[in-house]
Design a protein around this ligand. Structure first.
Ligand SMILES: [Ca+2]
Length: 224
């Protein structure tokens, strides 16, 4: 995947975040380069009465609620040849809004986890047909992903949000090892809630269906 146009657009909108990173490299005598990958597929899934429904929408939703309003996110990336040299990784997401908590919930944050696995075919799942019932790695419950997925990072997003279109970046500390050891070309990240409570708050993020808003799409940032 070519990086330049994407990189430029991100630099334009998120320059305040990237510039310090870029400036830091020569100071430390490193030649770190950042590669920004956009998902080739993204969707979310819900259990229960929605378990056979496909949610390939302009937003991807995550929530640690119980029952059929629980939500997991699936993101797929096509990896570049340089992926095996990755030394650091982060998942950038732009929050479009909050799935409000119910009156009975004390929730003041949204903790979630990111699981990763490599695979050799982009057809492992498709954003237009994935459901809770046919999603790979989804037989062990709402807060985990099956083997061979491994947890590579987590985050706890405090509420209320600090700004419209708030940007978060999940440090995927476990991903470089996975990329170094694997040869397969496709990466699927599964985002699961880290809690499960009735009416727990959730988040929804811009997806790649947010037309003309590429700056707001999910992005995997690889440093190598
Ligand atoms: Ca999608």
């Amino acid at each position: 995947m070519k990086t330049s146009p994407q990189w430029k657009s991100f630099r334009h909108s998120l320059g305040s975040l990237l510039v310090p990173l870029l400036l830091a490299a020569p100071v430390h005598g490193m030649k770190a380069a950042e590669e920004i990958l956009l998902p080739t597929q993204d969707a979310f899934v819900r259990p229960g009465s929605a378990a056979d429904n496909n949610f390939n929408k302009a937003q991807i939703e995550l929530a640690g609620r119980t029952g059929d309003v629980n939500r997991k996110i699936y993101l797929q990336f096509e990896l570049p040849q340089t992926a095996s040299r990755t030394t650091g990784a982060g998942l950038r997401l732009v929050i479009k809004g909050v799935i409000e908590r119910g009156e009975d919930s004390p929730g003041s944050s949204v903790p979630f986890k990111v699981f990763a696995a490599l695979h050799d075919s982009p057809e492992l799942w498709n954003e237009a047909s994935i459901t809770w019932n046919n999603a790979p790695g989804n037989s062990s419950g709402p807060m985990v992903a099956d083997d061979p997925w491994v947890k590579v990072g987590d985050i706890n997003v405090p509420l209320p949000l600090t700004s419209p279109d708030q940007v978060i970046e999940v440090n995927l500390a476990g991903l470089p090892t996975l990329l170094d050891n694997g040869k397969d070309r496709y990466l699927t990240l599964i985002l699961t809630p880290a809690i499960q409570k009735v009416d727990a708050p959730g988040l929804y993020f811009y997806s790649t269906q947010a037309d003309g808003k590429q700056d707001l799409w999910p992005a995997l940032i690889l440093t190598h």
